[in-house]
Design a protein around this ligand. Structure first.
Ligand code: GLN
Length: 192
């Protein structure tokens, strides 16, 4: 059985744990560097990216997380996407700077704090994905090695993959649809 860690410093980590278990994986909460040992993959959840960054720094987790995500499949949702990005538009905060994407942290502003919409995600099949956005970021630039998985109707990029790294601006763990978690598990399986 695949063993997947979920960074459990702050935010919506328990929902990922439940989804991973439903998708047939072993899920463990990660709060200490040694808890990364032996994991097949990792999820960095949504929450507040500045808080996750600060807590990761005080738990001496930034370097171990970077080393882990350099070689093992890692998926960031929302704040996790921000934490994986190479560059943030207009913000200075600790990030892992691993994925070749630029991210606008609160792209929808205060007027549109959260919303839900159906997205085409060809990697998951023909059925649209019901995406839940909460104070969501968007990807404003991608490098050559980055595959765009989903865009909003206006063209803004909200899901990307670069090799073994996956990032979504929305929250698949807040739906009942297991397809994204199942797809991530497939990436993990293929990385072995
Ligand atoms: N905008 C938040 C941040 O900057 C992310 C919101 C979320 O994860 N739902 O961290």
């Amino acid at each position: 059985m695949l063993k997947i860690g979920v960074l459990a410093l702050q935010g919506a980590f328990i929902e990922h744990v439940h989804m991973l278990r439903r998708a047939g994986a072993e899920a463990v909460e990660v709060r200490l560097p040694e808890e990364l040992d032996g994991l097949d993959g990792l999820i960095i959840p949504g929450g507040e990216s500045t808080t996750i960054g600060k807590l990761a720094a005080s738990a001496s987790l930034v370097k171990p997380l970077r080393e882990f995500a350099c070689s093992r499949p890692t998926w960031g949702t929302c704040a996790g996407m921000i934490f994986l990005a190479r560059e943030l538009d207009n913000h200075a905060q600790p990030i892992l700077a691993l994925m070749d994407i630029s991210v606008d942290r609160n792209a929808f502003g205060r007027q549109l704090d959260s919303f839900e919409t159906d997205l085409a995600v060809p990697a998951l099949g023909d059925t649209p994905w019901h995406a839940v956005f909460i104070r969501a970021p968007v990807v404003t630039a991608v490098g050559d090695d980055v595959e765009v998985l989903a865009r909003l109707e206006d063209g803004r990029i909200v899901a990307v993959r670069q090799d073994h790294l996956l990032a979504t601006a929305f929250h698949p763990e807040l739906t009942e649809d297991l397809r994204f978690h199942a797809w991530f598990l497939q990436l993990v399986q293929q990385a072995d």
